[in-house]
Design a binder for this molecule. Structure first.
Ligand code: ADP
Ligand code: UDP
Length: 230
C-alpha cells in the first residue's frame, strides 16, 4: 500500500489488518539524509513489539497484534490522524533550537507538543486550535491523544529508567479503529531520544542524525538492557 521512510505497509486478506515491514533504511531531516543500516529493521521490530506489549499490559490500547517474523508485524488498520504527538522530559532537538534552551535541561514536568505530519512542510509545530479548525482531529481526539501520550510516558519513563536509560523525548502517532483511538506506528530508538542515565551518551537516532557512529550497536544495547531477545 505504501513505502514509508522506514517501513512498508502491506494489505492482508483481512481488511482490518495491515502487515508492516521494518526496513534497514535510515533517514533524517525529512528524508534528505539516507543510509542503509544493517539489522535496523530487525532490532526496531523487536524493540517495538516489546514496548507495545508493555503498553498493552498497562492498559494502553495499541494497533499491535503480533510479530510475523524478525522484521514484520501484524497490526490493526487505523485511519491515521495527520499529527505527531511529542512528549519531552528533557530539552533536546527542535525545542532546544526553537527556544534557545540548552540540550539536557531537565524539565520540571513533561511538555507536550503537536506537529503536523508533512515532510514537504518539515513537520511544523502546531497547536490544538490549528488541528481543530483545520479539521485534522476533533476536540475529543485531541484530548484523548494528549491523555494517552502522557500515559505512555508514565509507563515508559520508569521502564527505561530501570534499564539505565533516560527517556528524553518521543513521538507517537494515533489513529481510529472501529470508533476507538489507538496508538499506531512504532516505538523504537528511531522515534525516541534515549540517553545513558549515567553518561548521557546518546543511544537513539541522533547517532545517525549527528554522525556519531555505532548507531546499530547502540540500538542493540538498548534492546539488551530492556531484556528484548534478539
Ligand atoms: P513515514 O510515513 O513517516 O515515512 P514510515 O516509514 O514509518 O513513516 O511508514 C509507516 C506509515 O504507516 C506511516 O505513515 C504511519 O503513519 C503509517 N501507519 C503506522 N501504523 C499504522 C496503522 N496501524 N494503520 C495505518 N497506517 C499506519
Ligand atoms: N520525531 C520523530 N519523527 C519526526 C519528528 C520527531 O520520530 O518526524 C521524534 C524524534 O526522534 C525525537 C522527538 O520526536 O525523539 C522530538 O523531535 P524534535 O521535535 O526534537 O525534532 P528533531 O530535532 O529530532 O527533528
Amino acid at each position: 500500500l505504501y513505502r514509508g521512510k522506514s517501513k512498508t505497509v502491506h494489505a492482508t486478506d483481512d481488511p482490518d489488518l495491515l502487515w508492516l515491514t521494518f526496513l534497514n533504511d535510515a533517514t533524517a531531516f525529512d528524508g534528505a539524509k539516507k543510509a542503509q543500516l544493517d539489522r535496523k529493521g530487525e532490532v526496531n521490530c523487536k524493540i517495538n513489539a516489546f514496548i507495545m506489549g508493555k503498553l498493552e499490559a498497562a492498559g494502553v490500547r495499541t494497533h499491535f497484534v503480533r510479530v510475523l517474523s524478525d522484521t514484520e508485524a501484524l497490526v490493526r488498520k487505523l485511519a491515521m490522524l495527520p499529527v505527531e504527538c511529542v512528549v519531552r522530559n528533557v530539552v533536546a532537538g527542535s525545542m532546544s533550537k526553537r527556544l534557545g534552551i540548552p540540550e539536557g535541561t531537565v524539565l520540571p514536568a513533561p511538555i507536550f507538543e503537536f506537529f503536523y505530519k508533512s515532510d514537504a512542510l518539515h513537520d511544523p509545530l502546531i497547536n490544538d486550535s490549528h488541528i481543530e479548525v483545520l479539521g485534522w482531529a476533533t476536540c475529543d481526539e485531541i484530548a484523548r491523544m494528549k491523555a494517552l501520550t502522557f500515559r505512555v510516558n508514565d509507563v515508559l519513563k520508569p521502564l527505561f529508567a530501570a534499564a539505565g536509560i533516560t527517556l528524553v523525548d518521543y513521538k507517537l502517532e494515533f489513529g481510529n479503529y472501529r470508533g476507538e483511538l489507538l496508538l499506531g506506528d512504532e516505538l523504537s530508538p528511531d522515534g525516541c531520544r534515549l540517553w545513558d542515565s549515567t553518561t548521557n551518551e546518546k543511544m537513539d537516532k541522533d547517532r545517525f542524525r549527528r554522525d556519531l557512529g555505532n548507531v546499530i550497536e547502540m540500538y542493540i544495547e538498548v534492546a539488551k538492557r530492556l531484556g528484548v531477545p534478539l
